[in-house]
Design a protein around this ligand. Structure first.
Ligand SMILES: [Zn+2]
Length: 398
């Protein structure tokens, strides 16, 4: 039985129409779209009968009023957050790490694609308020906004002062538990640069690619980011074992296994572009003061950087070479299989199984196994292929 907590209805919104908020990018206008009005909407918690821990509410800083309808009209809204198959049993623990502060560790094993946990964000805000990227696209730099500060955090449609006021307003609407969780999050920025709340937002925001103002996703120019209590604590690795998606109907993040994970392993997501060489990754990670010591960073070679930068093309070419040798004898099939298996291992070692072409590589490896009548091996590869088809769908569907 699902009900709504009447004290936290979506109608309880705080309008700050009196404030000047710089909104200079081209946006669609509709009769409902109140220019310059930014609101803080409360997405109510969902009470599920029999559950001891009610799912928390979320505060959402909304820059375009019509965008709220994308959530309120999502089929099934307000859905309870998805549950992993263990239900209420804890599937992770938070522990100290030797070199990364606290980290999240699996307390059971997971298969690639499994839901590890899902949670409501504490706060959702326009990504433009906390532009996470150093490079400002021409589209953004051409706008005629009133930019008071020069840091990239102000390069979006909001200036830093607006962002501070809005985040403070949203946090002031949180109930004590949610507010405490927000204030307990890490801030890797100096108080000389940002207020504590902006620092927390900059440090912990996760990009939401399927919630944006207007008809088309345009990265941080019109999309949103969420700050979550547990997911934001997952440390970085260039070889992540976790990915996340956002579901509008339950207004929640789902954190899922990107590869098979053993019980006791630390969970990692990537804060930087996976398909970038080490120098670029280091540059991106500097925003979090992270000097990554993952195996990929420690053992970078020209080849490993090349594989990251060109992995789709490398997989495409490898598949092409094998496919074109269509009249292969058994020995040639075996050596083709070994060639692809070696590439698969190299991709796996670099954590590049998120390439859209990874399932295609597995598909052709399975076909070679079938031709060579290695039925068991074909089945094993097929299992992995299905997992990565599902993960690709998941990531593509966002
Ligand atoms: Zn690394």
């Amino acid at each position: 039985m699902i009900g709504r907590d009447s004290s936290q209805t979506a109608a309880s919104m705080a309008n700050i129409s009196g404030r000047e908020v710089t909104k200079s990018y081209t946006k669609p206008t509709t009769p409902d779209d109140d220019e310059g009005l930014v609101t803080v909407a409360t997405i109510p918690n969902v009470v599920v009968e029999g559950e001891s821990h009610p799912q928390q509410h979320s505060e959402w800083i909304v820059s375009e009023q019509v965008t709220k309808q994308k959530v309120f009209k999502a089929p099934g809204y307000p859905k309870p957050i998805p549950k992993p198959f263990d239900g209420d049993l804890p599937v992770y623990e938070i522990k100290a790490t030797p070199d990364m502060g606290l980290g999240l560790f699996a307390t059971r094993s997971f298969s690639a694609g499994d839901l590890i946990f899902a949670e409501r964000p504490l706060l959702v805000l326009p990504l433009g308020m906390i532009n996470l990227y150093d490079e400002v696209p021409a589209e953004a730099s051409n706008r005629s906004g009133d930019l008071t500060y020069s840091h990239p955090a102000t390069a979006g449609p909001f200036n830093l002062g607006d962002a501070e006021v809005l985040i403070e307003l949203a946090v002031s609407k949180m109930n004590p538990d949610v507010s405490r969780a927000f204030h307990s999050l890490d801030n890797c920025h100096s108080p000389n640069d940002y207020s504590q709340m902006i620092g927390i937002a900059l440090t912990n925001a996760l990009r939401i690619t399927n919630l944006y103002d207007g008809p088309t996703y345009r990265a941080y120019l019109n999309s949103y980011a969420g700050i979550s209590e547990i997911g934001s604590r997952i440390n970085h690795s260039c070889k992540p074992n976790v990915y996340f998606t956002f579901d509008l109907a339950s207004f929640s993040f789902s954190f899922k296994a990107l590869r098979d994970i053993a019980s006791g392993e630390q969970l990692f997501r990537s804060y930087c572009s996976i398909h970038a060489g080490r120098a670029q990754r280091r540059k991106e990670l500097a925003d979090w003061n992270i000097i990554c010591r993952c195996a990929s960073c420690a053992n970078t070679t020209t080849d490993s950087d090349g594989l990251r930068l060109g992995c789709d093309k490398i997989i495409f070419n490898a598949i092409g070479i094998v496919t074109n040798s269509c009249r292969m004898n058994r020995a040639a099939m075996r050596s083709s299989f070994e060639y692809l298996a070696q590439l698969r291992q190299e991709l796996y070692d670099e954590g590049l199984y998120t390439s859209k072409l990874y399932p295609s590589l597995l598909r052709i490896m399975r076909a070679l196994c079938m031709k060579m009548e290695s039925v068991d091996k074909a089945k094993e590869i097929e299992e992995e292929m299905k997992k990565y088809d599902k993960i690709n769908d998941d990531l593509g569907a966002e």
